[in-house]
Design a protein around this ligand. Structure first.
Ligand SMILES: *Cc1c(COP(=O)(O)O)cnc(C)c1O
Length: 353
């Protein structure tokens, strides 16, 4: 296997999965393990399943299709496209929805294969990404229960994704209240009240998550060990599950500032360089085509990324206490954004070890 290589530590990931399940279980919350940011690596899905996850969430239907054979419930996170509904009823166990036309289409497709499709109706409580507005709740529930081949499994909310709205007692409490009202008025039972993503974890940790929330869709919290509301570390987790390995292709002592008449770089930017004399410059084989260099951090804190272009990342290794040579492999910590890019790049090798 070559480089760039995205490495996922199986033991550390497994620990985080078990720990997250246990943290949430104490509050009566089931964890849907969201693996979308890895792109879709079957070995990763297996780690989640082996460590107790019962539902996996992906944003792309293709990824759920690829794991059809795995013994786990499959939840589609992104609202389905009308053109996807035919596949949806085949490969998805639970779908998040918000448009009546699409829900009707799901029912129609479900009828063809004699399936009653579980759906979670998304409600927008201020973050302004997906979800129906509160005033539409009654209309939606009325229409949904008329449909033969969909089952209203529950309701859900998504927060801190677009508008940056933090989950609170008010908005989560409102979700619980809406759920209760639906159950009473329509005399139905909602199995799932899905209280959001990793940004709700801080309320699970401090014990203030409103009673009634019984489901969370957790990506970042498991993968990076952080809650997403305030970006705090969750105690007793691993914070370095994924890392990036890059190979050195050039290592030379050169000037710290360019020589010649200065125009713009390959990306049309005018870049300023501080002249600090000669430095040891190292090039690794990875560039913007794989990941933005701003989203990765060298594990060796004596070395510093200076910049990068499409296929190259340039690092100042002058102060490194380790001897670096071409052919060496350097390790980097990665952000959520970096993982998203690396996971979906065909140039990046992926290893679960
Ligand atoms: C990505 C996603 C999640 C998981 O978000 P994290 O912040 O990584 O926990 C949950 N719900 C929906 C609808 C998503 O798209």
């Amino acid at each position: 296997m070559g480089y760039p290589k995205l490495v996922i530590d199986k033991e550390k990931l497994g620990h985080n999965v078990r720990e997250m399940i246990s943290i949430c279980k104490k509050r009566g919350i089931e964890v849907c393990g969201v693996t979308k940011v890895y792109g879709g690596i079957l070995e990763v899905e297996e780690v989640y399943i082996e460590n107790g996850i019962k539902t996996i969430g992906h944003a792309r239907l293709e990824n759920l299709k690829d794991m059809e054979h795995l013994d786990v419930k499959k939840l589609l996170l992104r609202l389905p496209m009308l053109s996807e509904c035919e596949d949806l009823v085949k490969y998805v166990d639970i779908a998040l929805v918000s448009e009546i036309e699409i829900i009707r289409k799901i029912s129609e497709e479900g009828k063809k294969i004699n399936k009653k499709q579980d759906i979670i109706l998304m409600i927008d409580l201020g973050d302004l990404r997906e979800g129906i507005i509160k005033e539409e709740v009654n209309f939606y529930v009325e229409e949904i229960i008329k449909l033969e081949n969909v089952n209203l499994k529950g309701i859900g909310v998504n927060l801190t994704c677009f508008g940056g709205v933090i989950p609170t007692n008010e908005n989560l409490g409102e979700l619980v209240e809406i759920g209760k009202r639906i159950e009473k008025e329509f005399e139905i039972k909602l199995d799932i009240i899905s209280g959001g993503n990793s940004s709700t974890l801080y309320k699970v940790l401090d014990g203030t998550v409103p009673k009634g929330i019984n489901h969370l869709r957790v990506g970042e919290g498991i993968i990076f060990g952080t809650e997403a509301g305030y970006q705090e570390k969750i105690p007793n987790m691993n914070y370095d599950v994924p890392h990036l390995e890059l190979e050195v292709i050039e290592l030379k002592e050169k000037d710290s500032a360019p020589t010649g008449e200065i125009g713009v770089n390959a990306f049309g930017e005018k870049v300023e360089f501080e002249n600090i004399g000669k430095i040891i410059r190292c090039i690794v084989a990875c560039g913007k085509q794989d990941v933005e260099y701003k989203d990765i951090t060298p594990k060796n804190d004596k070395i510093k990324i200076i910049g990068g272009s499409s296929d190259h990342t340039i690092i100042d290794v002058t102060k490194s206490d380790k001897n670096i040579e071409h052919g060496d492999i350097l390790n980097f910590g990665i952000s959520y954004t970096a993982l998203l890019a690396l996971g979906t790049s065909k140039y990046v090798y992926k290893e679960v070890r």
